[in-house]
Design a protein around this ligand. Structure first.
Ligand code: NPQ
Ligand code: MG
Length: 377
């Protein structure tokens, strides 16, 4: 954090679960999502309010965390650790739950709400609090597995017409080389990458090596979510740079991956690594090792999307991220001004206090499926 922030007390805390329907089903190697269920944390104190979004999904498929698990850990451990206890700044508050092992996405949701609250109290943007340097972010788009190759090519074309600067295609064993070839033939110059979400093993090295001829920017998380050794072995056998996503849940993981040469690029998601403040350290460590970093996405509502743009404005983030516009996923977002892509494929980083977005309270109530106050509130 670059800015000095005032003393801040969390006087009231609330957990809210929302369900936002997706415009189209989103299919990865681990399953199909048709709705984004998101856990939100709402905080108030010292006359300022903050909101944060949890990245955990319904099922423990992308990571071991779930929305229901996050609700419990937030209610029982994370929020009680900070309620009614002053601290110098959000970093000081986050230290109060450092004893909780794991549950990075639940911690990140609470931290996002604290930063939003602190930003509102002090009149400082999240971007400024984190030390962001860019006003606009170059955006890519992540495209799920479609019913046919033809449908995929049409989808790619539509997003390129909107201005997106790089295309990420979800792949899986048996749906990789044909996919890469078809997209390359139709869009020879477009920056393209694949994301396997851990669907391969070292047995599949032949198919993964066959991808080398397509000049892909990278292949994301080909192997198991916790296997840095096999990723290192694979990187030794393929030219396409490996980008790690699921494998990196902490600075320790990243340092090990760098030392082992398990990849060359980092997809950084604040939720996965326990928050925006830890993300500052990861992007600096990656940059020092010569690893480009980009900001991943978790089908966030406008709340989490605002945080993604703020963190993507840090200096280590040098590649276009999965920071797409609200209308990539949702008919109607939960913020009054949805995030829009400019025709040059960039999006503005919010400049207002905190997250810099206004929540559409009517929309929020409409999509709420559960809410509870925490502690004495
Ligand atoms: C990725 N995101 O980079 C993830 C995968 C993902 C934009 O490709 C609920 C919970 C829905 C977790 C959808 C993108 C999810 C999810 C996608 C993770 O691997
Ligand atoms: Mg990924």
């Amino acid at each position: 954090m670059t800015s000095e922030l005032p003393l801040l007390t969390v006087e009231r805390a609330r957990i809210r679960v929302v369900e936002l329907p997706l415009l189209a089903p989103f299919t990865t190697s681990f399953g199909t999502q048709t709705v984004r269920r998101a856990v939100l944390v709402e905080l108030e104190g010292d006359g300022a309010a903050g909101i944060g979004e949890c990245a955990a999904g319904i099922e423990p498929a992308y990571s071991s965390e779930t929305a229901a698990g996050a609700v419990e850990v937030l209610r029982e451990y994370i929020l009680p650790a900070v309620l009614g206890k002053p601290a110098a700044d959000p970093r000081g508050q986050a230290r109060r739950w450092a004893w909780v092992r794991g549950h990075n996405m639940a911690k990140a949701a609470a931290e996002m709400a604290l930063l939003d609250q602190a930003g509102h109290a002090a009149g400082i943007s999240l971007k400024a609090m984190l030390g962001g340097v860019k006003d606009r972010i170059e955006c890519g788009v992540s495209i799920g597995i479609q019913a046919s190759l033809g449908a995929t090519l049409e989808t790619v074309e539509g997003f390129l017409e909107q201005g997106y600067r790089r295309i990420k295609l979800k792949c899986k064993p048996g749906y990789d080389v044909t996919l890469a070839r078809a997209v390359r033939e139709r869009f020879p110059e477009t920056p393209v990458m694949l994301d396997a979400n851990s669907a391969y093993t070292l047995q599949d090295v032949a198919a993964l090596r066959a991808l080398d001829e397509f000049g892909l920017m990278m292949i994301e998380q080909p192997l198991a979510h916790d296997d840095l050794l096999d990723h290192a072995a694979l990187q030794g056998q393929i030219r396409t740079p490996i980008c790690l996503d699921e494998s990196i849940e902490s600075l320790t993981d990243l340092r090990a991956a760098i030392a082992l040469r398990s990849g060359q690029i980092l997809n950084l998601k604040a939720g996965r690594v326990g928050g925006l403040l830890p993300s500052i350290d990861l992007q600096a460590t990656a940059a020092a090792a010569g690893w480009p970093v980009w900001c991943g996405g978790m089908l966030e509502t406008g709340i989490g999307r605002a945080a993604n743009l703020a963190v993507a404005s840090l200096p280590g983030f040098t590649l276009p991220g999965d920071t797409s516009a609200s209308d990539r996923y949702f008919e109607r977002d939960v913020i009054t001004e949805p995030f829009r892509l400019a025709s040059d494929g960039t999006m503005a980083v919010p400049q207002g206090p905190g997250l810099g977005v206004d929540v559409d309270r009517e929309r929020l109530e409409q999509i709420t499926v559960h809410q509870e106050n925490v502690g004495r509130s």
